[in-house]
Design a protein around this ligand. Structure first.
Ligand SMILES: [Zn+2]
Length: 689
């Protein structure tokens, strides 16, 4: 009987081998498709969603690493030029928020720091996190091409982003406008609609006397400057008032002249069917003011305090002022009644949950409709396939109702906007246009640059990678950033290159805890993938993340389940010990070979059609329930089974490699005196004898 290597006499110990195996892979150079032996293999490309370089990798990262690594390793074994291009994201607002929290703990504030100092500190923080994170990606087995890694603040990326901004300007798709924006009073920046959340709340609704009318408002503190009273033109209750008619009336701080405006946007069913407008602090009122060309004035400052227009209340925080204003209205006999339980929704900052204060601010906006139109076409005519159908519908609905995109942010940590101001005049230019021009102090919404990631990373327009690897094969990312990222990559990719940036979109759901709850620090139920990988081995973690995980749906990550895959790894180890002890001479058993080959064809099809969860499960069951429990049992004491056992083991190792790369590589080195890495073995096909 052949000698079995000594290592198989002890249980499999992932911790002892994983780091050195990763090192072998990395040193082989095969993560780089240029070094792969198959010279004319067709290109296969995944651009990694660059993790935010502001903390540790979480379970969601581990999931995308696993899925993308499986796809990449599979393609590589199929002889394709497999490129998985890694990146790191400076993550603008996200990272600045993390850093601000750290500053707060140290008793410092970004508002008391020179912007250059803040930028320098955040850069150091980000670069330290970036290299930490790269180590974690290696621990998870990512077979990405580190030689091509791109950081979102790399010079060539910024150059691409600037050329897109300039092109949008040249094409008339960019404008600077004073428009209503979502302002976070804590973070002191405007936010896109996607960066706000709507929460349900119950507030008081105040009915106030406004001359002969009664108006309803939940925010009396915004009402100081209200001089226009608006009603639906067909509302019979107010037929006697004519558009443009002026009325003298008593208001919070004294007499005002009010003007009647008739507008069809008014809902006669809401409150009394009459409202006064506060265009500076309400998007609907702003739209009415724009339509009728009415003037407007700021009432609340950028930090949430009342301005001089509020008279005696000026300087007060709006939260403290409301009760006092209502008191005064009541004393003046202007408070008619209070509805105590007014249920409505208010927008809040998605990071700090502070109520968004709508403000009018001059910002850069991108006209999105023409960009969305082309993206809709691309989805509808199949240039890009979105897994699953329901996500395709959601994406199309969003694109069909798209709004212009505010891409200016009042934060330091980001790519500075290449625009200059002189008096009222603005110029888009990377260099200063000359004397007297000052640079826009704002930076881009981080998603404006991320939206250009696939072509920016590949060196658009002239890079040889761009020519070879674009459009990419598949974009695999979280369903939660379908609008933030996928939609924008699609629109901007089509706009700049004329081609979709990816042919397929695979969206994964959230990774939840074992009970199906969302992981959060405050609940204390966060499962760190790195800790799990230390305890059970990376292969077990990877199996736990993919088995049962259908695209687009959430996954409950149960450490018990991962423990079961650790046992599976050990099973594979023990199978190997048994098989290596058998002679490998003689004939194969055709029916067992045919059965294996059929299973493998099925698995191959599953991976090709992105049913990775199914492929993983089928391999697991075959190896455990069929190969170990039945075939090996049956073979005991029958040496004629030897070659068949060797055949099934070797083919199974190759098929399992994309899913469980470490143990399969570790075993491969001992199977039949094989030379080379299993990572670049050919994907098994039907046995041809
Ligand atoms: Zn905020």
């Amino acid at each position: 009987m052949p000698d079995v290597p000594e290592k198989f006499l002890k249980p499999y110990d992932p911790k002892a081998v994983e780091a050195s195996i990763y090192k072998q892979w990395e040193e082989s150079g095969y993560f780089n498709p240029d070094n792969l032996p198959e010279q004319d293999g067709e290109p296969f490309t995944i651009i990694m969603p660059p993790p935010n370089a502001n903390g540790s990798l979480h379970a969601g990262h581990a999931l995308f690493v696993t899925l993308q690594d499986i796809m990449t390793r599979f393609a590589r074994m199929q002889g394709k030029k497999a490129l998985w291009l890694p990146g790191a994201d400076h993550a603008g607002f996200e990272t600045q928020v993390v850093y601000e929290r750290q500053l707060e703990k140290e008793g410092r504030s970004r508002f008391e720091m020179p912007p250059e100092q803040l930028y320098k500190e955040i850069m150091e923080f980000t670069l330290a996190n970036k290299s930490f994170m790269e180590g974690q990606l290696r621990q998870l087995g990512a077979s990405c091409d580190w030689s091509r890694e791109v950081f979102t603040l790399d010079e060539h990326v910024i150059k691409t982003v600037y050329s897109t901004f300039t092109k949008l300007n040249d094409d008339g798709l960019l404008y600077r406008g004073s428009r209503i924006v979502n302002w976070c009073p804590k973070h002191q920046t405007s936010l896109s609609n996607l960066e706000t959340e709507r929460i349900s709340r119950t507030d008081k609704l105040y009915y106030l006397k406004y001359g002969p009318f009664t108006i309803a408002t939940a925010r009396p503190e915004t009402k100081f400057g209200d001089k226009y009273v608006v009603m639906h033109p067909d509302d019979p209750r107010y037929a006697q008032y004519k558009d443009g008619q002026q009325l003298e009336l008593e208001w919070i701080n004294g007499p005002v002249t009010a003007t009647v405006v008739k507008d069809e946007a008014i809902d006669p069913e809401f409150g009394t069917g009459v409202m006064t407008i506060t265009p500076w602090h309400d998007p609907i009122d702003f739209a009415i003011a724009e339509r009728h060309k009415l003037p407007y004035e700021q009432v609340i400052d950028w930090r949430g305090k009342l301005l001089p227009i509020a008279g005696e209340f000026a300087g007060m925080n709006i939260k403290d002022a409301r009760a006092k204003i209502v008191e005064k209205l009541e004393a003046k006999g202007l408070l008619e009644k209070v509805d105590e339980a007014y249920a409505h929704e208010v927008p809040v900052c998605y990071k700090c949950n502070r109520e968004i204060e709508p403000q009018v601010k001059a910002q850069w906006f991108v006209k999105m409709e023409p960009l969305a139109k082309r993206a809709i076409e691309a989805v509808k005519n199949g240039e890009v396939t979105i897994l699953t159908e329901s996500h395709e519908k959601i994406l199309l609905h969003w694109l069909e109702n798209i709004q212009d995109w505010n891409i200016s942010r009042q934060i330091v940590w980001g790519i500075p906007i290449p625009a200059w101001q002189k008096g009222e005049e603005w110029k888009v230019s990377v260099e200063s246009p000359g004397d007297g021009w000052t640079r826009d102090p704002d930076t881009f919404d981080t998603w404006f640059s991320s939206g250009q990631w696939p072509f920016a990373t590949l060196g658009y327009p002239d890079g040889k990678d761009f020519k070879k690897f674009y459009p990419t094969t598949v974009m695999e990312t979280g369903a939660d950033i379908l609008f933030f990222w996928v939609a924008r990559m699609l629109m901007l990719g089509l706009y700049r290159t004329g081609t979709v940036p990816f042919k397929n979109v695979y969206l994964h759901g959230l990774v939840r805890d074992a009970k199906g709850q969302k992981m959060s620090k405050s609940k204390g139920n966060v499962i760190s993938p790195l800790t799990v990988s230390d305890e059970y081995g990376t292969d077990a973690l990877r199996m736990g993340l993919v088995v049962g995980n259908t695209p687009g749906t959430d996954l409950n990550l149960d450490p018990k389940k991962i423990g079961a895959y650790k046992k599976f790894a050990n099973k594979l180890w023990n199978i190997t010990r048994f098989v290596l002890a058998q002679e490998n001479t003689g004939e194969l058993k055709p029916e067992l070979v045919a059965e294996f080959d059929a299973m493998l064809e099925d698995v191959t099809k599953d991976i090709e059609q992105y049913r990775i969860y199914m492929a993983a499960e089928k391999l697991y069951h075959y190896v455990w329930d069929r190969f170990a429990a039945e075939i090996i049992e049956e073979s005991k004491g029958k040496p004629e089974y030897g070659p068949t056992l060797h055949y099934i083991l070797e083919q199974s190792l190759k098929a399992l490699h994309p899913f469980m790369p470490f143990i399969t590589e570790e075993i491969w080195q001992s199977v039949g005196g094989k030379k080379g890495l299993i990572m670049v073995e050919a994907w098994p096909t039907r046995h041809s004898s």
